[in-house]
Design a protein around this ligand. Structure first.
Ligand code: ZN
Length: 429
């Protein structure tokens, strides 16, 4: 009786394995094999983008090349995306694009973002590898979508390096091009493997103080010094620092301080940036800086001109269950647990805006020795190296396998979405 029961159990388990783990494992193999196959061509694409080194909104050749490659993989590709015209001239994002592939019937939507803009010194932020690790993930998924529910979006997001101007992801979000996404993936090369998702939320403030000119020696009492308004603002901001949380950054510059020294300045301007690890804390610091400028106005009798900036960058919402999926896939692909390290230094990106709107993961992969700074010449050279390419292939596989899990395991996707919703309700704190 006991033996018969065991035999039956084994039989049932085998059937279950065939219908569940079996196809999943087979598809995982299909995905990674497709990426290995695509790797050689994608390495060439990466090298070309590295050589093009096109800066923000000039990424014409890089964008055309990626669109072409995605079309070859069977994606339906759309360029010239419509966006708000106060963010991008004429309201058409010429170097952005969106590629779509529908699967077998309705299901979730996974989105992969590609970046491809360079800095003035070339690809010192390795965006050629963001584009091509994402392209490889797209190649892997293309192989299985005909048997998989849902769809894949690949969105080309230009102009990241000048992201605070809003012509990249902010414009595409406002243009509705991410709508329907359930999960968003992006990658970034660095000096380490990392699941660290922290970005500083950021908002800029431009203050103009208007006073009254007068001869600075003969009749200073007839003037109102606009520069004093700026100086008082800086002084007030410095009084605040004692009471700001450690992660808050406030940094300002004097844009215009006056003309000839013998004239009381009638116009002065300053620009500040306020940052913090979460958006509400950043907004609080920003409000305080505006109050400092108002104090500058009041104390000096100048007139302050100021308007809310069009674009502010939020910080990304951290979604642990999504990070766990990617982390597990990277470990499965041979990256040891001890290889993952958090960052000591943080910055801001328009990626934060996507991460505030949708469950998003940025996969940091190691392309250079530890200590190599982003935006350095050393990182630029690393971004075209064979070592970096090996890491990019692993990362492309991890993204594709994680995206596939989101498409095929509804309970896992649900836990990602619930975690996002809970953290978002708390403002990402
Ligand atoms: Zn950068």
């Amino acid at each position: 009786m006991k033996k018969a029961y065991s035999v039956m159990l084994i039989a049932v388990l085998s059937v279950m394995f065939f219908f569940t783990a079996g196809p999943v494992l087979a598809d995982s193999k299909k995905i990674t094999a497709a990426i290995d196959e695509a790797s050689k061509n994608c390495r060439g694409v990466s090298h070309q983008i590295w050589e093009f080194k096109e800066t923000g909104l000039q990424e014409v050749k890089s964008s055309a090349l990626l669109k072409d490659e995605l079309a070859k993989l069977g994606y339906k590709v759309t360029g010239d995306l419509k966006v708000p015209d106060d963010l991008v001239k004429d309201g058409i994002a010429k170097t952005a694009f969106k590629a779509e592939m529908a699967g077998k019937g309705p299901g979730p939507t996974v989105t992969i973002m590609l970046e491809y803009d360079a800095l003035a010194i070339g690809h010192a932020c390795g965006h050629n590898l963001i584009a091509t690790s994402g392209l490889m993930a797209a190649a892997g998924l293309a192989k299985v979508m005909k048997d998989t529910p849902g769809r894949v979006f690949v969105i080309g997001t230009p102009d990241e390096e000048r992201g605070s101007l809003g012509a990249g992801k902010v414009a595409l979000l406002e243009g509705g091009h991410f709508e329907g996404s359930d999960v968003v993936f992006i990658t970034h090369g660095a000096d380490r493997w990392s699941m660290d998702q922290r970005l500083l939320a950021m908002k800029r403030a431009n203050f103009t103080f208007k006073g009254k000119s007068a001869h600075a020696a003969a009749a200073p009492h007839k003037g109102i010094n606009a520069l004093r308004g700026v100086m008082l603002t800086f002084n007030c901001v410095d009084q605040l620092r004692e009471h700001l949380r450690q992660d808050v950054r406030i940094h300002g510059v004097v844009v215009k301080g006056g003309g000839p020294v013998n004239i009381v300045p009638e116009l002065a301007q300053a620009e500040f940036a306020c940052r913090a690890l979460d958006t509400p804390t950043m907004e609080d610091a920003y409000t305080k800086v505006v109050r400092c400028a108002k104090a500058g106005e009041l104390g000096t009798g100048t007139t302050l001109e100021f308007k809310e900036p069009r674009v502010a960058l939020k910080s990304a919402i951290v979604v642990p269950p999504l990070l766990d999926v990617v982390h597990a896939n990277l470990k499965g692909l041979g990256i040891a647990a001890g290889e993952f390290k958090d960052f000591d230094e943080l910055a801001s990106s328009d990626l934060g805006m996507v991460g505030d709107s949708y469950p998003t993961v940025n996969v940091w992969f190691k392309i250079a020795p530890e200590g190599t700074a982003l935006h350095s010449e050393a990182l630029r050279e690393a971004a075209n190296s064979d070592e970096a390419w090996k890491a990019a292939v692993i990362t492309g596989k991890a993204v594709a396998l994680s995206a596939y899990e989101m498409l095929t395991k509804p309970e896992r996707l649900k836990s990602v979405q619930e975690s996002f919703k809970t953290a978002k309700a708390k403002g990402g704190k």
